[in-house]
Design a protein around this ligand. Sequence first.
Ligand SMILES: [Zn+2]
Length: 444
Amino acid sequence: MSEANPSLPTESAARAAAARHELTPRMPAFLADLETLVNLDSGTYDRDDVERVSAWVKARCAGWGAELDEHPGGDFADSFAATLHGQGRTRIALVAHLDTVFPHGTAAARPFRIEGDRALGPGTCDMKAGLLAAIYAVEALRSGGFDGFGRLRLICTTDEEVGAPSSRDFLERQAAGADAMLVLEAGRENGDIVGQRRGGGFFRLEVTGRSAHAGVEPEKGRSAALTLSRQVVALHALTDLAAGNTINVGTLRAGSRPNVVPDHAVAEVDVRANTTDDMAALLARAEAALAREALEGTNYTWTPTQFRPPWEANGARCCSGARFDRTPGRRAAVVASPRRNAHRIRRSIGTVGRAGAHRRRRSRLRRANRRYWRHLGRQFHGRARPPHTGRPGAGGRPRPRAAGIRRHLLDRAAHSAARRSHRGHRRGVSETGVSTLRFGAGNT
Ligand SMILES: [Zn+2]
């Protein structure tokens, strides 16, 4: 926890001091609860396991007299929101997810433990400590008798690690109208909090051509592999690290055997950008590049399978005195202490940041977001396909896919292999020169 921050108004400083006074002796209880939660497996796909964690958290919230709002998760555990109503006006939402990326049995194999100043175990950092930080923060406010908020809501989802297919709508509904929203993922290594997040998505690029025997009648073939390879090179060329725009072709598959011109090729592509405008421009350039590089006689589809718009800096500031990191981060993380190298666990229950009311900027961002979603909507529903799109009926509504996070900006293997096949073409080698392609493991 942070020391008193002289920049805080007196009343807030007094409240922060009271919360600190309340929380410090609770550290052993916090660690005991953390041990309980970490030792309960909650891999996203293990519904019963996640429900057990959910039941633990709900029982705790019920103890506050919070209003519980549950949302059926289908194949996933049910998400829920716990809401407290106060006498003030500000509406605050705390966001946490109950699931982890670790399957059933992981906690038994390597249970919670403390080594030096670090708490370890599956899901400790992502994000059971953050979830508990929310719970302890609410409890500290309550025990101090504070009810100066209008609405204080803890939203717990159960499938964040796979892109929130069942909880996204619920989360959006529950968060609507909030003046401040704090996502309690872990902060940066140095204690910084993250106030901006890149947008990104996965796209499936599927090419069809015409198959032919590579020895007998190569001229009749139209290589899907060659079109895809040209497109891969063109897509990678759009990466602009300085601007924060990146495109990575994470997987490639084409063809069945060396002596057959491949009539089918597929790539999975990761696209990221810092701002809504950048993302729209990048996607427009990508679509133009795909159309330009497609060879005659081949068709392709370019379909988003998962997408998150960029979260641009919105003027939020931190009242703990923590430095506010405005560089793009992969996580929306909020709780942090200003002291570098501070105790990691203490950091996770540090003072909470707060968003300023920058209304004009917010409404500009909302308008930009709406524009962006309209742009995406056209793609999702196939009304704005590029000119080479073939295969009627392909695409359609995207299916959410399992996704963790991997941050390789450029897949050198994909890049150089595609470049080799492209060079072969330019040297006059027949289009049948590349018959099979297969590399890359995933684009998450
Ligand atoms: Zn997380």
